[in-house]
Design a protein around this ligand. Structure first.
Ligand code: PLP
Length: 455
């Protein structure tokens, strides 16, 4: 029986000569077509060995090969519609680029550019020159330099200022950020020695003062962006750390994590320490991410005292951590929005500060589109989150569309694995799409994709 089925397996060479595949080779390339055919044949061979099929035709093998070729020719990194309601979703690419950022990227990158060329003098220029003044203008810092992400920013600073020396950090601030950024590990990697002071919930000025010695190079404050210690707590104020730094002539630095330039308390939210708060307290160096609350491309921004920034610019690691033209071209557009206080055109910020009525309107618009199908929907109140390890307690009112007649587990898996992936949330045995993070231009895709599930 098996032998007969094995004999029915077509030969690769024979299939490759079929017009169907010769045409496909023109479009997808020989290697992709060859791969699809062999994988299809392998899969049927396995099925025969496991006795899991009883009949086989050449057409079965062809169809499976076609489907493998189609699937494998799609890019692995693809657009996802975010129905989770988490705005800075680290697994879904953190901050979304604005239309203007995309336009500038496409314009600058489709040809050559002046990345390291000074058009005024006709000589070699610096890639950092395009954004340093803008960052300084917006934040009020004396100097600025840019690296690939905030983890690299912290590592670069430790390497320059604290190699083989001691760095003092409060025990309440030894954070771990998702994706394995841990302050103690980063210290070890940089060759500096971590000196922990205080206890998890309480650290006092005298704790710092007790450990300062001639080998102390830095007092580091780390913003505990993704957790909160509550109850009987005390942390020392930025100003007190700065005063100690000045008294003993030691560099003070704050790793802010998420870099905020907007005072959220103006929007009835809890105040998150801003870049200005940190800088105005007198910190010598402040570092933050580009793609968290700032709302831009992945990068790490280091601002602070001019002479310290000069030292960082001469550090050899900067060459390894340097940002590319894609990052710079997107970041410059973002910084110009900040300069003009045009927060509506920064997607991450506009989602955070928009009125709740806008979200309800989007939910109703999407529901309207579904009313022309036979899919039953319901609008529910929900809670959206900022995410990205930023502002952990800050949940915001939102609205979600749910599908009461559809099995939540099945629809969740279907939407996540289809060709235009949509990621939602299952809550209280309901599948929900939170409208906080779904853009109107994606509504048609959501409806069309859902219609295919129902068929
Ligand atoms: C997120 C975060 C980091 C890491 O930043 P990346 O830009 O993701 O490298 C470091 N420190 C703190 C406090 C953070 O919140």
């Amino acid at each position: 029986m098996n032998q007969e089925l094995f004999r029915k397996l077509p030969k690769v060479d024979k299939l490759l000569k079929l017009p169907l595949f010769t045409n496909l080779i023109e479009k997808k390339g020989y290697n992709s077509v060859y791969e699809g055919i062999t994988l299809s044949i392998d899969s049927f061979r396995n099925s025969i060995m496991n006795n899991s099929i009883e009949s086989l035709s050449e057409n079965d093998v062809i169809e499976k090969a076609m489907s493998i070729i189609q699937k494998k020719s799609k890019n692995n990194l693809k657009k996802v519609i975010n129905g989770t309601g988490t705005i800075i979703h680290t697994n879904l690419g953190r901050s979304v680029f604005s239309k203007k950022m995309i336009e500038n990227l496409s314009h600058v990158l489709s040809g050559y550019n002046n990345l390291e060329y000074n058009l005024e003098t006709g000589e070699r220029g610096s890639r950092y020159s395009h954004i340093e003044n803008l960052i300084c203008e917006i934040t009020g810092a004396e100097g600025a330099v840019l690296v690939n992400n905030n983890a690299a920013a912290v590592l670069l600073c430790l390497d320059e200022f604290s190699k083989n020396k001691e760095v003092v950090v409060s025990r309440g601030e030894l954070v771990e950020i998702g994706g394995s950024f841990r302050i103690p590990d980063i210290m070890r990697a940089s060759g500096s020695k971590l000196v922990e002071v205080g206890t998890t919930n309480r650290t006092h000025t005298y704790d710092y003062e007790n450990v300062i010695n001639e080998n102390t190079s830095m007092l580091l404050k780390v913003h505990t962006s993704n957790y909160k210690i509550i109850g009987f707590t005390e942390e020392i104020k930025r100003e007190e750390i700065v005063a100690l730094g000045q008294k003993y002539n030691i560099i003070t630095m704050e790793d802010l994590g998420s870099g905020v330039l907007v005072d959220f308390s103006k929007y009835k939210m809890k105040k998150e320490p801003t870049i200005f708060d940190s800088l105005n307290s007198g910190m010598d160096i402040v570092t933050f991410s580009g793609d968290k609350l700032l709302g831009g491309p992945q990068c790490g921004i280091i601002i602070g005292k001019k002479e310290l920034i000069q030292r960082l610019k001469r550090n050899q690691l900067l060459r390894a951590f340097r940002v590319c033209k894609m990052t710079l071209s997107a970041l410059e557009v973002l910084l110009r929005e900040y300069k003009n206080e045009n927060y509506e055109d920064i997607p991450t910020l506009s989602m955070i500060i928009e009125p709740i009525d806008n979200v309800l309107l989007r939910a109703q618009q999407l529901q309207n589109k579904f009313s022309k199908t036979n899919i039953v929907t319901e609008i529910l109140q929900s809670k959206a989150m900022i995410g990205g390890g930023s502002m952990p307690e800050e949940v915001m009112d939102s609205f979600a569309l749910s599908f009461p007649e559809i099995n939540p587990i099945e629809i969740e898996k279907y939407l996540r694995t289809c060709s235009n992936p949509i990621v939602g949330r299952v809550q209280n045995n309901r599948f929900m799409l939170d409208l906080k993070t779904i853009f109107p231009e994606d509504f048609d895709t959501v409806v069309e994709t859902m219609k295919k599930f129902n068929q």
